[in-house]
Design a protein around this ligand. Structure first.
Ligand SMILES: Cc1cc2nc3c(=O)[nH]c(=O)nc-3n(C[C@H](O)[C@H](O)[C@H](O)COP(=O)(O)OP(=O)(O)OC[C@H]3O[C@@H](n4cnc5c(N)ncnc54)[C@H](O)[C@@H]3O)c2cc1C
Length: 448
């Protein structure tokens, strides 16, 4: 493709949000007669799926304590279900398996799923939870579980394959995807307001509108837009909190047990739902019985032919580094080494064995050679910011919730076309100043 001098809509980032926004924007432009996919250009410094979307575990679920997140996820699941083949989507369902400290929160999620018509089953009490789990997996043995939320929808999708599915749809609409071009800044109108052009390492591209969908690189673009690195927040307690960092980083630890994925089927031979287990039962090492933790812990896992085994992860940890240095290129060759270590491997494999007997003694099959995990960039309250800045710069900052959020691009496209979205409204930047924060759950994960 010849280097373009200008385009109406420039989308930076060829991950889930950039591709989805571009595709839906192109389709809306065509359907409304207001333009076509040729008015939309995606720019990525590396390639399609080069960022977080290309390494994500790919779990798609509704299980969120925050009503606004649940409603948004229900819309996203509909988009996944609209073309499972193209999106490489496996609708196996999802289970949240919890101890007593989370019982009430998860019960609320169940009630609200009923209210929005999202199909799920809720099992309460230790004995009934055990019976339900043994009905699915006869080797189930996790202790101290007192509730099971079984979402019948959701599941997981294959990370890279789904990105290519989206890219194919976007290109079929006429969208151009320019890879190997790095955005290095913006030019603004003479009044200092709107973005008028994108500066890249290969030259300037004029544009009328820009969508920033750069995943964990978002803080760099925040700087390009000259937005504040720290903000004031009105807390849920009504108190003012000043000087809160806009971005923080967590490292997501994930890995794969290199066994035959078929070893983790249900009693009736079906592919199982994605399992997410939180527990406060003491966790002991599978290999030598030593105590790993008596604190709350959590894991998730699924059989995955793409990763070649049982793939999943555990709760992430905060990255204690200057985020603005890390943010330069969280997945680049010079990025810090975030590959998971022995503690994760021991903890995750032992937790698998804690839950199901079939995983006892399997730690030796852990795929130590495959890099896994990665960085997530989180907002001050760890929920997304979907908003327009400087008149024409739409920032999609999903706070690392976003592989499952395939429907957000559709809603962003709708907003760019002039129709504001009720589902995106709770995720505006102004919520920090106004104190309209999302409720916080008792899960050990920053994304639940
Ligand atoms: C290990 C891991 C597992 C995860 N698992 C899940 C999961 O199971 N389910 C879930 O819902 N979410 C999951 N997430 C979160 C999810 O992956 C991200 O929230 C989501 O993929 C972000 O998508 P994005 O399109 O915003 O960004 P990305 O997919 O990161 O894409 C951003 C793109 O921007 C490009 N870019 C960056 N800077 C520039 C520049 N200067 N110029 C041009 N291009 C640029 C990059 O090359 C990249 O391709 C996981 C995240 C990680 C790290």
């Amino acid at each position: 493709m010849a280097f373009p001098e200008g385009v109406k809509y420039a989308v930076v980032g060829a991950g889930i949000h950039g591709l989805s926004t571009a595709y839906h924007l192109a389709a809306s432009l065509r359907a409304s007669g207001r333009g076509s996919g040729e008015d939309v250009l995606i720019i990525d410094k590396t390639a399609i799926a080069a960022g977080a979307s290309g390494i994500a575990c790919g779990v798609v679920r509704n299980n969120y304590f925050q009503p606004a997140m649940r409603e948004l996820m229900a819309q996203c699941v509909e988009v996944w279900e609209s073309d499972p083949k193209a999106y490489s989507y496996h609708p196996v369902g999802y289970m949240q398996i919890s101890p007593e400290s989370m019982h009430e929160d998860v019960g609320t999620i169940y009630e609200q799923q009923k209210a929005i018509g999202y199909e799920s089953t809720f099992i309460e009490g230790e004995a009934d939870s055990m019976t339900y789990m043994k009905g699915l997996f006869d080797d189930w043995q996790a202790k101290g579980i007192t509730s099971v939320l079984h979402e019948k929808k959701g599941g997981y999708a294959n990370n890279t394959a789904s990105m290519y599915g989206l890219a194919t749809k976007a290109e079929a609409e006429g969208v151009r995807i320019l890879t190997g071009v790095e955005v290095t800044g913006f030019e603004f109108a003479s009044d200092g307001g709107a973005v008028t052009a994108i500066q890249t390492d290969k030259g300037k591209i004029n544009c009328e509108y820009v969508v920033i969908a750069t995943g964990p690189w978002v803080s760099r673009f925040w700087d390009f837009l000259d937005l504040p690195r720290s903000i004031s927040i009105k807390g849920r307690d009504g108190q003012q909190h000043d000087d809160v960092a806009m971005w923080k980083y967590w490292c997501l630890e994930e890995g794969t047990l290199g066994v035959d994925p078929n070893m983790h089927k249900t009693n009736d031979g079906a592919m199982p739902p994605v399992l997410h287990v939180d527990s406060n039962a003491p966790l002991y090492a599978d290999e030598d019985g030593s105590l790993i933790t008596e604190e709350m812990w959590g894991i998730y896992y699924k059989p995955d032919f793409n990763f070649g085994g049982i793939q999943g992860g555990a709760a992430p940890y905060v990255v204690d580094q200057n985020p603005y240095e890390v943010a330069i290129d969280p997945y680049g060759p010079d990025s810090p080494d975030f590959i998971v270590g022995d503690n994760f491997i021991n903890m995750w494999c032992s937790a698998l064995a804690h839950c199901q007997k079939r995983f006892e003694g399997q730690i030796r099959y852990y795929k130590n050679t495959d890099p896994s995990g990665g960085l997530g960039c989180f907002t001050p309250d760890s929920f997304p910011v979907f908003d327009v800045f400087r008149e024409n710069a739409y920032v999609i900052a999903d706070s690392n919730h976003g592989y499952k959020m395939i429907g957000v691009g559709k809603l962003v496209a709708q907003e760019i076309m002039g129709e504001s979205s009720k589902l995106l409204e709770p995720f505006r930047f102004s919520r920090y100043a106004e104190g309209k924060l999302h409720p916080v759950s008792s899960s050990p994960f920053p994304w639940s």
